[in-house]
Design a protein around this ligand. Sequence first.
Ligand code: DAH
Length: 340
Amino acid sequence: MEQALNTIRTEAAGLIASAPDPAALEVLRVRFLGKKGELTAILKQMGALSAEERPVVGALANTVREELDAAVRERAKALASAGQAERLASERIDVTLPGTPVALGGPHPLDKVLAELKTIFLGMGFSVVTGPEVEYDDYNFTMLNMPKSHPSRDTQDTFYITENILLRTQTSPVQIRTMLQQQPPIRIICPGRVYRSDPADATHSPLFTQIEGLAVDKGITFTDLKGTLDLFFKQLYGPETRTRFRPHHFAYTEPSAEMDMSCFKCGGKGCPMCKGEGWIEILGCGMVHPKVLENCGIDPNVYSGFAFGMGLERIALMRYDIDDMRLLFENDLRFLRQFR
Ligand code: DAH
């Protein structure tokens, strides 16, 4: 038995000292020192020894166990520090290498123009309200005095989700939503996307952006409408800007008008921008139709209001001298980077 112990002692010591990695070392530990290991197997046979031999062999067995234990710990330590050195070497980064640039975005030209418009209207006491792009037919048309058979629906064909739910063709339904929820005084602007089944070309898009305005209170007149819009365009394009109103028809306003502003390029003399007219057609507006107020539970004998709506893309195209509306929607970075 002593011989067997000495054999294990030398064999195990050699193997442990040259274990290539922590996993191999663990296999060796189990093989020699584990509960079912070779050393334990020998100790189990101690009962067969004589009373004199037993303490001698027992002492040797303990020495072997302690030696091998120590050898395993030592090898484990050596492997760990070698592993760390290897990792340090392989994971080393060269902090002097140039970094990966972080791409910075910028505001879209439409957002830039919208921010400008909002600032002006907020300064005049309007607040910003938004509404859903998927809208009830009722809010988009019927309650705006355009019932199902109304001919003016023809110019605003759109995409229908169901018979009574559609992609809104204008931001005007936000007027309805607001008036249904709130009694006057109301002073809001409503920016947002609208949809029409128009083919895309340089000046049309099936998706575009409008900004709607609504003011309802006691004693509001057409003068307030003219004053508000005139001041707005003077702030946007400069104090020399003039506005003019031409009679028009919208089902939800009475009277209705279209508004032109003097050409910001030629000041009204006539140039390619205004097609020689001196004026640029810019929005639709009018006094809120009494029926619309009534539809929303607001008494037209007590209150009156004005409303207007304009396309944001046209303003952006003119602002930045862009000649094709499709550029605003294509997300071409070469185009967008110019507005950073
Ligand atoms: N909704 C109209 C359009 O899409 C624009 C408009 C005209 C809005 C007159 C109004 C308004 O609020 O009073 O062409």
